[in-house]
Unconditional design. Sequence first.
Length: 222
Amino acid sequence: MGSKDDAVLPPGVTVDPETGKVTITPDAVEDGSKVEAENSNDNGTSSSEITAGNDIEDITPPAAPEIVAGADGSVSITPDQKDAVDLIVEFTDEADKPQKVELEKDADGKWTAKDELPEGVTVDPDTGRVDIHYDAVKDESEVNATNKDEVGNASSSQATTSRDYINGPKVEIQAGEDGVIDPTDLNENKEVDVVVDIKDSGLKAGDKLEVTNQDGELKKLC
């Protein structure tokens, strides 16, 4: 018949043979559970049972949200996919008014907004990604985003939006070849053919532009 010394201890539990001290590693005991201990002598007499708490405070925050400021003035914010259950995004709209978007992740891993989304803001329910259209956020303003985990630990990140101005596109005037549009460049339909090279400018086919100053700076209208 085996002795007490032959007893197999659970994983993560050790005993000091000299003092009888029992050590349980953090991974071997459930967080927040109670640990009970009782002494007894050879006669079977037991001391009072002692119960101790096992509360270990979780102070590790989730990873900070990823913020990407697009060249066209738009912004996308993606929360931490592992530990975050709450995402708060704060920004200033084109009317210079502060806006706040708060998302929650449910038990099925889906992200939903707590309140109605501002115009120009969309949310991907699978990833929690928030997309802010360039017309919905102020140019060159700061966007702040905060992730929170289940116990409230938080981490934040910031980014500055781009201007929805596109600088330095190459303009080629088909008539005159002097880089200036004047009456001599008009065709029989009173029109001038102009080619604008938008490579690497953030523009796409169908965008409308407006010349905003004498330096030829362009602003995307829609």
